[in-house]
Design a binder for this molecule. Sequence first.
Ligand code: C2E
Length: 177
Amino acid sequence: LRPETLDLRDTLSDLIHLLNRLVGEKITLTLSHDPVLKPVRADKRQLEQVLMNLVVNARDAMPEGGEVRIETEVVSLTQPLVRDRAILPAGEYVLVKVIDSGVGIAPDKLQKVFEPFYTTKRTGEGTGLGLSTVYGIVKQTGGYIFVDSVEGSGSEFSIFLPVYSRIDEPEPLEQAP
Ligand code: C2E
């Protein structure tokens, strides 16, 4: 693991040509960034692997073509966020969403997609390691990943990565007069 300070605008602009090639011609890939994006601390190669995996899955969910959107946004949690069984500590995160307009994932399968060897693909098509690898990398990076999906209209993967701040100490408390 080689963590470095990353601006996801740079990471994604370095990767966009490859991602465009991966999705092919029937799929439109669009990127949109928070105008005041903040840095994260992550292994660049691993983060690229995460994005490639999610984009390939999105492509496979859209055999007739469609749209993949990658969005970044700074999210500030004023209190811990509880979702699934995870508890995200309060603080600032870069939220990266990978959104597709594909076939979607059935509700009973949604909680299983990050498990090793789980796959909806036919034998021989997927290894089933994709999303559990993604999950493992996100956990190693100190982040969180969630999925929302509506069958027949698409899926949305949300990755929360803690904002990296050079100052490790908490800000001094304001003194009461
Ligand atoms: P779980 O998957 O049964 O994990 C239980 C505990 O094992 C976790 O507590 C964590 O301390 C550790 N653990 C499990 N997998 C990993 C991993 O890949 N890397 C590392 N470093 N530790 C791991 P924690 O973090 O309090 O999570 C509690 C439960 O919340 C987890 O149960 C899981 O069901 C859910 N959860 C945690 N993080 C996420 C996430 O990013 N996305 C989603 N969808 N669920 C999460």
